[in-house]
Write a protein that binds this ligand. Structure first.
Ligand SMILES: [Zn+2]
Ligand SMILES: [Zn+2]
Length: 384
């Protein structure tokens, strides 16, 4: 038995400052919450940095059907403050990245190399722990979950040990927070879910915090043409930094280019990583791909709309595939260290993704900046 496995928490409930939302269209409120000590297979993490992903904004827009109130944030890195009984993966003082889908290592998905679909991720929308209870509570005693059973928009959170991945000492917490969601989701969408191969033509719809990494993945996998469609000029400029070969403001311009450059063969892949998935984007992505091509869907649409609505003839005639991707098909325990290695060797740009830093109190302004197209990734730097 390891040292960590014998450690048990001796600390009690603490107060933590967090951004929560209680109802759709009310934004984030900063409040003090009570946070229980960690129980079996749980650890309490002191978050140092949190990434501002669009998925959290889908909650405040009412587009994510999850239990409210909720503590926002599912990208984060920090230090293990305390551990509950039977924890063996980490120990107090360890620097960690939190994976927004845990990897227990023993469920059917984990044991077949699909940690992105680990059964322990089943409570992502409620933040409930396996014993049926919650760790955050407000002043009235209301149980509050953390989004993805994390809640990185809190100075501290209790998480499953299965969500923890060691963060090497030479990697900053800010960079670490990004590899818990946006980076593997985008990079893996190109490399694993799409399976981009050398010489191919790939079109990426949306070049934000996820799409920028799909660009990096497609380029690293050897795509000849990495074509980006994004209406925001700043994002198109940044896409070139990440490896885009051609960028366009709208799908029509991209379609004309792809027809021309492939001599009518069309693209091998379209990867959909916009902020909000729409029927229009899926249709454009389908039409820009050729025979035997694949459309990979990584983004989330509005709760009230059906974004994938394509005539069957479009799929059958060219044997096109439309395929969803969760966490970019990544295995967090394998891919997070691998992506950090690629960052060290200069094959993956992560510092360049961070466009603004915010205090927790500025979370609503931060999301407004995202909507205004000012950010690739904004980061909350927690104060302690
Ligand atoms: Zn995310
Ligand atoms: Zn599992």
């Amino acid at each position: 038995m390891s040292q960590a496995a014998t450690e048990e928490t001796t600390v009690g409930t603490i107060t933590t400052r967090a951004a929560i939302t209680r109802a759709a269209h009310t934004g984030w409120q900063i409040t003090d919450l009570q946070l229980d000590p960690p129980r079996d297979h749980e650890v309490r993490v002191k978050f140092m940095a949190a990434g501002l992903c669009h998925s959290d904004h889908h909650i405040t827009e009412g587009d994510a059907l999850i239990r409210l109130p909720v503590v926002g944030g599912h990208e984060g890195a920090g230090v293990v403050e305390s551990v509950g009984p039977h924890v063996s993966r980490v120990k107090p003082g360890d620097r960690v990245v939190c994976s927004y889908i845990p990897a227990c290592g023993k469920c059917r998905s984990c044991s077949t190399g699909h940690q992105n679909m680990c059964d322990e991720g089943k409570n992502a929308g409620t933040g409930m722990f396996p014993d049926g209870t919650w760790r955050f509570h407000d002043a009235e005693g209301t149980d509050i979950g953390g989004f993805c059973t994390l809640g990185t928009f809190s100075q501290y959170a209790v998480v499953l040990e299965w969500a923890c991945i060691r963060l090497p000492d030479d990697i900053s917490f800010e960079v670490g927070s990004l590899v818990g969601c946006g980076v593997p989701t985008g990079w893996g969408s190109a490399v694993y879910a799409a399976g981009v191969r050398a010489g191919q033509t790939v079109v990426i719809f949306g070049a934000g915090g996820v799409g920028s990494n799909a660009v990096q993945g497609a380029r690293f996998a050897g795509a000849k043409n990495v074509v980006v469609v994004d209406p925001v000029e700043f994002k198109r400029d940044m896409a070139k930094v990440f490896g885009a070969t051609h960028t366009f403001a709208d799908a029509k311009e991209a379609q004309d280019f792809v027809v021309d450059t492939t001599h009518g063969q069309l693209a091998d892949h379209a990867i959909c990583t916009p902020g909000v998935l729409t029927e229009e984007i899926v249709r454009a992505a389908t039409l820009i791909t050729g025979k035997g091509a694949k459309v990979t869907i990584t983004a989330v649409g509005r709760a009230t709309e059906t974004a994938v609505n394509v005539h069957a003839g479009f799929l059958i005639g060219y044997q096109r595939q439309i395929r969803g991707a969760l966490f970019g098909d990544c295995n967090p325990l394998y891919d997070v260290p691998k992506l950090l290695d690629l960052y060290r060797s200069g094959d993956l740009k992560l510092d360049e993704l961070i466009t603004h830093r915010y205090a927790l109190d500025e979370v609503n302004e931060a999301y407004q900046d995202m909507l205004d197209g000012k950010n690739i990734r904004g980061i909350i730097v927690h104060e302690h």
